[in-house]
Design a protein around this ligand. Structure first.
Ligand SMILES: [Zn+2]
Length: 359
């Protein structure tokens, strides 16, 4: 454990006392470059979509071409993002976790600047996103190299910026994770996952895992991180919206892990192109029902809600619900669902505070 970070939350502008964090979104993207997902169509009429803006004329194209339109998969304009975050600040938000990890455009200087511009506490991540986004150098890196890099990001700072990562993640487990279920095959993200788990154990940092939704992989990933000494109370499994098998979630929760519902406000099913019923994106109402079930089972302290803003369609300027959706729209709905103010405070303030604080 790192003496000077112990008991603190490590933001891009330095450590803060956990009580300063306030209402926190635990998994967002402020600057993100999803080039690794981009598909370039052959057809002339589809090719022009690459440079198109998202507006009333083009929004219909997002369902089938979500990864073609550059402005949909890249958030990179400082002034626009500052304006988007202003909505969160005005609604009462205090802290944001910038979960953009290595491979999808992590940008410590811009994030530090954004923290000053908005007054928000912002925590930036370390470690690597899914294999499709890996920089070439990772092929030559050993598990120890990756571990050293993550620990340096946390203790000394990212590259030579002096800006410290206050989180490990989001650590990406790719879609090819079926390999993980077969113990005889090595997966490319195995060394990243093991190095990340070890770095969690040594530094006491919080960690967010972006798991593959493929059946069997969640249990395997949770076993690997436990085997490598990580503390489950500091680990959040992201994107559990798609995991509609509640027994799998209860299994993770019973081991002390935290789970995250993070696609609030996305009410359609087009982003997950799967015929598997257990891997569909629910709407906000269904998410609330899942949460009530888990709360009845005693897991309120392990639930996180956040928005995972990473697409143009989620931005307010494009007609999306913006970073303020949870505060502006969801909290009133939670109250209608019977969530008490104490429960809401637990989920949006105390749980993030506890997880983000270094051991
Ligand atoms: Zn993710």
């Amino acid at each position: 454990m790192i003496e000077k970070l112990s008991g603190k939350i490590s933001t891009v502008l330095g450590p803060i006392d956990p009580s300063e964090a306030g209402l926190t979104l635990m998994h967002e993207h402020i600057f993100v470059d999803g080039s690794c997902f981009q598909s370039i169509p052959d057809e002339a009429s589809n090719k022009i979509l690459i440079q198109s803006e998202i507006n009333f004329k083009t929004i219909k194209n997002l369902a089938r071409h979500w990864n073609v339109i550059s402005s949909h998969i890249k958030l990179n304009d400082f002034d626009i993002m500052q304006q988007e975050l202003k909505n969160f600040v005005l609604s009462g938000g205090k802290t944001i976790v910038e979960a953009t990890s290595i491979g999808i455009g992590r940008d410590p200087f811009a994030v530090a600047k954004m923290s000053r511009a908005t007054g928000l506490n912002i925590i930036i991540g370390s470690s690597y996103y899914i294999p499709i986004s890996y920089p070439k150098r990772i092929n030559e890196m050993t598990e120890d190299d990756i571990y050293d890099e993550i620990v340096k990001d946390i203790e000394i700072g990212i590259h030579d910026t002096g800006i410290k990562a206050g989180l490990i993640g989001e650590v990406g487990i790719g879609g090819s994770i079926s390999q993980m279920v077969n113990p005889h095959q090595k997966m490319p993200e195995e060394k990243v996952l093991k190095a990340s788990a070890r770095a969690q154990a040594t530094t006491g940092a919080p960690m967010i895992i972006h798991p593959s939704p493929i059946k069997g992989s969640l249990m395997k990933v949770s076993q690997v991180v436990l085997d490598y000494g990580a503390d489950p109370s500091k680990i959040v499994f992201a994107h559990m919206d798609v995991q509609t098998d509640i027994e799998i979630l209860k299994n993770l929760l019973s081991q002390g892990f935290n789970i995250e519902y993070d696609s609030w406000g996305i009410e359609d099913t087009e982003l997950i192109d799967s015929s598997d019923d257990s891997l569909q994106l629910p709407n906000d109402n269904i998410r609330l029902k899942y949460m009530r079930d888990l709360i009845e089972d005693g897991y309120i302290n392990n639930l996180i809600i956040t928005q995972d803003m990473f697409l143009g369609l989620q931005m307010k300027k494009n007609g999306g619900k913006g970073y303020g959706h949870i505060i502006d729209n969801l909290i009133p709905r939670m109250k209608n669902f019977g969530f008490t103010q104490t429960e809401i405070n637990n989920i949006l303030v105390l749980n993030p505070q506890r997880i983000l604080t270094f051991k």
